[in-house]
Design a protein around this ligand. Structure first.
Ligand SMILES: C[C@H](N)C(=O)N[C@@H](CCC(=O)O)C(=O)O
Ligand SMILES: [Mg+2]
Length: 361
């Protein structure tokens, strides 16, 4: 099964409502999609989210990386020597993890097809159903409480609340949500780097004192500030999850050696795809540290790949794969089934896509 062509296209999917974090506001998913064809007539699909404020990857940079650096390295290689294909992909240029992720995902799709099995089974086959949270955007407390009530009515048992925009209001936000939905629902909060370390400690301690029952706090401080992250981890009871601080397996190793966080958020757009995400899982297994699988604003192609990884690995215990649920439509045939909070991983070969429209390419 030799790689014959790599095509790049775009997908645009409006969100149900604007997605707002401490870093950005977005109204629609505008991602890059990849189609890899082989000499045997097989087709693999991948997707990259241009999340410039987190990964530094823009649409143009993703397309340029794939067409100018990745594609020339991969054409003609045989999927049967998957290690060689992965080594060539991941050494084709530095950084550009989203572009690498799109190609890596399409290659894993082909890998599954080559071996006649759904990818999650080839990677571990731990489970074929996972339960995701849903994100509540950072807005005025009243609006966030209303959005939380709606999410709970849809059956979500865990909400991921965006905070970190104006620190003093954050406690009010969480209080308002707790008052609105009670204590049967888990709340995880994500500051997206919005607090300074001491500020984070003070806010989180106040949340603890008020009994707001926070399951975990995601990336309270700046991505590069590993010392600051450790300061927070050492000084609050709420478990701290490293997100923007961990892109590579090396980042994960360093964070865990330092004991700078209690948990790691794996996202394919940060790791450059499944190949390196598996290495982070191994690092986390060594340290017995549980992981979250997360996503950027991604549609069903790349989130299906993330779901396969989560289905394979028991060290991934927390699921934040709500990208498709935030969309107002689903233009992708096949792949995982996103039934609100319940995600079913398909039993078809590879990632399980069927007839993705050529109009995207
Ligand atoms: C969409 C997901 N629930 C999420 O919150 N992901 C990111 C931010 C993604 C983005 O800005 O595109 C996160 O910080 O966890
Ligand atoms: Mg996050």
């Amino acid at each position: 099964m030799k790689i014959k062509d790599i095509q790049v296209g775009k997908i645009s999917v409006p969100l149900v409502k604007p997605f707002k974090t401490a870093l950005r506001t977005v109204k629609s998913i505008e991602d890059v999609v990849v189609k890899i064809t082989t000499d045997t007539g097989h087709v693999g699909y991948g997707e990259a989210a241009p999340t410039a404020v987190i990964t530094g990857d823009t649409t143009g940079a993703i397309i340029g990386a794939i067409n100018e650096y990745i594609k020339p390295q991969l054409i003609g290689l045989n999927i049967e020597n998957f290690e060689e294909v992965m080594l060539k992909l991941h050494s084709s240029l530095i950084k550009n993890t989203s572009g690498k992720a799109a190609v890596d995902i399409a290659l894993y799709d082909l890998f599954g097809q080559l071996h006649n099995a759904p990818l999650y089974k080839l990677l571990g086959g731990y489970r074929n159903e996972i339960i995701t949270d849903i994100t509540i955007s950072v807005n005025d407390p009243d609006e966030m409480a209303k959005d939380s009530i709606e999410a709970v009515a849809r059956g979500y048992k865990t909400l991921k609340i965006k905070v970190g925009k104006d620190p003093q209001k954050d406690i009010e936000r969480i209080k308002g949500i707790r008052n609105a939905i009670g204590y049967d629902i888990k709340l995880r909060i994500d500051a997206n780097q919005g607090w300074r370390p001491k500020e984070a400690i003070s806010i989180l301690r106040r949340m603890e004192d008020k009994g707001l029952e926070i399951e975990l706090v995601e990336q309270p401080v700046l991505a590069h500030d590993f010392e600051g992250l450790k300061l927070v981890t050492d000084n609050v009871g709420i478990p701290v999850l490293a997100d923007e601080s961990v892109f590579s397996p090396r980042d994960a190793l360093r964070i865990l050696e330092m004991r700078a966080a209690d948990l790691i958020n794996i996202k394919l757009m940060k790791t450059g795809g499944i190949y390196n995400a598996l290495k982070i899982c191994s690092v986390a297994e060594v340290y017995n540290v549980e992981c979250m699988i997360g996503c950027m604003l991604e549609s069903k192609i790349s989130v299906t790949a993330a779901a396969h990884l989560a289905g394979a690995k028991s060290i991934i215990t927390k699921i934040d794969l709500d990208g498709p649920s935030l969309c107002s439509q689903d233009p992708i045939n096949g792949g995982a089934i996103f039934d609100d909070y319940r995600i079913t991983i398909p039993e078809e070969k590879g990632l399980g896509f069927t007839n993705i429209s050529d109009a995207f390419f």
